[in-house]
Write a protein that binds this ligand. Structure first.
Ligand code: CA
Length: 231
């Protein structure tokens, strides 16, 4: 059997302890990591050689990690996993809105890191050939054109708002969609602060899909951040 190709990862992180932890976890799990210690160094690396996935610390010594996402998204769709410290909630949300894929809050375990990396890579590979307007996973099937939603083959009747909410989660399946994004796209720009709409409609949608918020099959809560559809 041919040796499987290692997945290239760039981690932009200034803390030596975290770099050491990432290096050990990545190397022993079949990844080929490279490291940059500053934002400037990271951007230079990204422009020279695009890795398959980026791990990005938001608190860098020379620039805000958000600047890197903004720049990168101008020319690349590679998955970006953010590393944030507690108390950086707003930065984390801003990063997701700029197109980061997922986040890990320090401290995190090797298991969490690998789960996030694998999910982001699976998604990136699937995104290459998406079926237009349809989605099927974990017994949920969504067909935008026919406005049909089924769970385990049984048709589910949704209101137009519930349908729009689900459609947006489907569009970003496997990725966290922030409260603000959901409110703006489903209810309109003026509703960005009306978090209670979202709570109520998510609850209705879950009930109709037969989803248990404590053991979700479809809609996963990212506490304080948003929701994502299990892909
Ligand atoms: Ca840092």
């Amino acid at each position: 059997m041919a040796e499987t190709q290692k997945i290239s990862v760039l981690a932009i992180e200034d803390e030596p302890e975290i770099r050491k932890f990432l290096a050990a976890a990545l190397v022993s799990n079949g990844f080929s990591p490279a490291f940059a210690l500053t934002g400037r160094e990271g951007l230079a690396h990204l422009k020279a050689r695009v890795p398959e996935i980026l791990i990005l610390d938001l608190g860098l010594p020379d620039m805000d990690g958000l600047e890197i996402i903004k720049s990168l998204r101008g020319w690349s769709d590679i998955p970006v996993i953010i590393l944030s410290a507690r108390g950086q909630e707003q930065d984390k949300i801003a990063a997701l809105e700029l197109g980061a894929d997922d986040y890990l809050t320090k401290p995190f375990s090797t298991g969490e890191l690998l789960a996030r990396l694998k999910a982001a890579l699976r998604r990136a590979r699937r995104a290459v050939a998406p079926a237009a307007g349809t989605f099927t996973a974990h017994g949920l099937s969504f067909d935008a054109q026919n406005r049909a939603v089924k769970v385990d083959g049984n048709e589910i009747r949704l209101t137009p708002t519930e349908f729009r909410l689900l459609a947006l989660l489907v569009k970003h399946a496997g990725k966290i969609v922030t409260h603000k994004q959901l409110l703006q796209e489903v209810w309109g720009k003026s509703s960005a602060e009306n978090n209670h709409y979202l709570r109520i409609y998510t609850q209705h949608l879950r009930q109709k899909l037969g989803d248990d918020p404590l053991h979700p099959r479809f809609i996963i809560t990212a506490p304080g951040v948003g929701y994502k559809l299990n892909a």
